[in-house]
Write a protein that binds this ligand. Structure first.
Ligand SMILES: Cc1ncc(COP(=O)(O)O)c(C=O)c1O
Length: 443
């Protein structure tokens, strides 16, 4: 695939193997000895590897890029801030409230907020705050959801090795070694959009459930989305049981709508986590929601502790302020949606031409592509889709200059810069990639 005739890439990986486990800084960047990608630059919606192959990128660093790489509106604001204010101080600046007020103007679910440096940290803060507020421990999560790399949420339903014909639920397994069994004790998982499973969990543990923690649209599971009715059910069951609803909008926030998924559903969480699109790629994150819940964060005897050396640093917050201002004041997200729709239409033409049954899941700005006759309603349904054909198709796209994750559990991410891309070219590449995938698949 990508490393055929990639002398610089091969040399980079060989060097990196001397310096980092697996030769990468994040294990998910390792795509094998032949396919691990090393970049030299990125701009707009394109990335260029160290062997000078350019790709139109639909991976977008797993979602943070919402305007485009190296967007000058954002980069200039960051340079201005670090030149004229500083990068970090260990004290507060007016930027803190500037950003929260911008978010409050876009997201009516937010009354008060705190900042973090990654989605992982934002989720840790939200869960701890929910536990502090309710005085309870258990968290309900959804199969196929992802909430970062902290031990407690690093348990997953092993749908990959699940036998569909077997009536039993998939096994719950850790992401790997080093995760104590005890971290599973306070977690229960349910399949998305299944009312009975939710009722059963609340019947069993209701008065110890601090919160439901859910991605409303599973950006880590093919953009499979909560139905409107299920989202209402989540809200109602939390209210009835004194539990909090935490919506993890790390991927959907400031991407699927200015007010995130909650604007689409018209249903508000008690606490929400944000990251990714909030800073167009700069490392900024946050969590917030109801003032009475957030005010649990205090030095009072029963108060929740939150903070960190790099919290609300000026690089992160100046990027967030500039990005949120652009998203608020321009048609950027409408542009993203339009090109996302156009791309789904052209892909649909290609799949239909080749007789491949397909369904799209999720919103236009981060849509999932599933080869099958139904839109999956949860992770178990995803198992019924032809994900092997998808991977074959995706690998061919990559070889021909279209970058995406070769796993249908990762959606296609769109940024504003895609609006200027050559859609006719993409259709040709998709056509050839699908023809070759079918030949290989049938061989
Ligand atoms: C929904 C969701 N929550 C949390 C995280 C963790 O974010 P980070 O990788 O910034 O720690 C991710 C990352 O992809 C995510 O998609």
């Amino acid at each position: 695939m990508t490393n055929t005739n990639k002398p610089n890439g091969s040399a980079m990986l060989e060097r990196a193997h001397q310096n980092m486990p697996m030769g990468v800084a994040d294990s998910y960047r390792y795509w094998g000895e032949d396919n691990t990608v090393f970049l030299s630059s990125m701009k707009g919606c394109t990335i260029t590897d160290c062997d000078e192959q350019t790709f139109t990128d639909f991976r977008l660093a797993y979602g943070p890029i919402i305007l485009g790489y190296r967007d000058e509106r954002i980069d200039n604001a960051v340079v201005d801030a670090i030149t004229n204010i500083g990068s970090i101080s260990g004290f507060s600046t007016g930027l803190d409230s500037d950003v929260v007020e911008l978010i409050k103007s876009l997201c009516p679910n937010i009354e008060k907020m705190r900042f973090a440096n990654s989605g992982t940290e934002a989720v840790i803060g939200a869960v701890r705050t929910a536990r502090g507020f309710t005085g309870r421990n258990k968290i309900v999560v959804v199969e196929g959801g992802f909430h970062g790399l902290h031990d407690e949420v690093m348990w997953k339903s092993d749908v990959d090795n699940w036998d569909v014909a077997n009536e039993k639920d998939p096994a719950i397994i850790p992401f790997g070694a080093g995760i104590p069994d005890s971290t599973k004790d306070h977690q229960v998982s349910v399949p998305l959009n299944n009312f009975d499973a939710l009722d059963a969990v609340f019947k069993a543990f209701g008065d110890d459930i601090a919160a439901i923690l859910i991605e409303p649209i599973m950006g880590n599971c093919g953009s499979i989305a909560s139905t409107q009715e299920y989202m209402q059910k989540l809200r109602d069951i939390c209210d009835a049981n004194g539990s909090l609803l935490i919506l993890d909008e790390v991927k959907t926030g400031f991407r699927v709508a200015k007010g995130g998924a909650q604007e689409l559903y018209g249903i508000h969480a008690d606490l929400t986590t944000y990251a990714k699109a909030m800073g167009n790629g700069y490392p900024v994150a946050g969590f917030g929601g109801r003032a009475d819940v957030m005010d649990t964060i205090s030095f009072a005897k029963n108060g929740v502790t939150h903070g960190g050396t790099y919290t609300a640093n000026m690089v992160a917050l100046s990027a967030a302020k500039a990005t949120l201002t652009v998203l608020k004041e321009t048609d950027a997200l409408a542009n993203v949606d339009k090109v996302g729709r156009d791309i789904q239409e052209l892909l649909s033409r290609v799949f239909t031409k080749h007789g491949v049954e397909h369904r799209f899941a999720g919103p236009d700005s981060m849509f999932g592509v599933h080869f099958g006759s139904e839109v999956p309603q949860n992770y178990r349904d995803w198992k019924q889709t032809n994900s092997d054909l998808y991977t074959e198709f995706a690998m061919n796209l990559i070889a021909n200059g279209v970058m995406l994750e070769p796993d249908s559990r990762e959606p296609w991410f769109i940024c504003e810069a895609h609006k200027d891309m050559d859609l006719a070219w993409l259709e040709q590449v998709a056509d050839k990639s699908m023809a070759d995938a079918i030949t290989a698949h049938n061989a």
